[in-house]
Write a protein that binds this ligand. Sequence first.
Ligand code: CP
Ligand code: NVA
Length: 305
Amino acid sequence: MKKNVLSILDVGEEIEDIIDLAITLKQDAKAGKQIQHLQGKTLAMIFERQSTRTRVSFEVGMTRLGGHAIFISGAEMGIGTRESPQDVALVLSRYVDVIMYRAINEKSLQELAAHATVPVINGLDRNEHPCQILADLMTIKEKKGRLQDLNFVFIGDGNDNLTHSYMLGCSLVGMNTTVIAPKQYWPTAHYHRTAKEIASAQNHAVVITEELNAVANADVVATDTWVSLWYEKERQQRLRDLQNYTITKDVMKNAKPDAIFLHCMPIYYGQEVTKDVAYGPQSVIIDEAENRMWAQMALLVKVVR
Ligand code: CP
Ligand code: NVA
């Protein structure tokens, strides 16, 4: 079976199984148990953008599973300049068992995935970051003991890859989602409608608002950079537009007292969050970063084995 994971929706109903497998793999590995489920398998990792977590967590994760990962920089491969996504997909599929691609142009990812005969995983594109959301949901489940009925609140750029995947992923696992952002940074109708359909089928809500006090009742508070790569030209405008949406200690005080704070990293301190929150008692960002590895290992086991 070939299973591409370009959107968090592609894991569908298996989402909580993957999260549970990730938690088990982590516990088993820490207990010294055998977890080499992908012996002899190879992962190709194509990066057209910088990375710390995605690159290292995928590579180490594959090694821990008994497999092997190959790093390929975008410049080295030249997808769309030296060679088409189709040709790269067909050739790589004869060498490796799975491909992870962090593409600048989402059309290259879609074309590569359409032609590969092995599974293709989105390592972050303009639209989504499915691997991050798996790790974040795993972290929430570890910290809270469940996902069902929790209130997830995102504050910041509401129309970016992370927000889209959060809205869809949290709705899939039965959480309520609130996105707090200035109106011009609200998610597009497509993501809002899709998340709402999934959430309302399970009697959960997706709320989009400009009001910071909607953070009340949050079990989880999350944010991300205000300036993702694709919006670099709008940097100054974005810093102005979003300046009242910094997550400070005062904002966290309005959430539930036991709320946790998530950030996918890298962090721009003083913009989307202050350092005292990011390194404060409610923050779980380093566990979250570690969980990238376990969540991706679970995903790899599901799509490759
Ligand atoms: N969160 C995340 O994807 O980090 P990197 O860009 O460093 O991989
Ligand atoms: N939204 C961010 C995520 C970085 C991991 C970006 O696209 O730059």
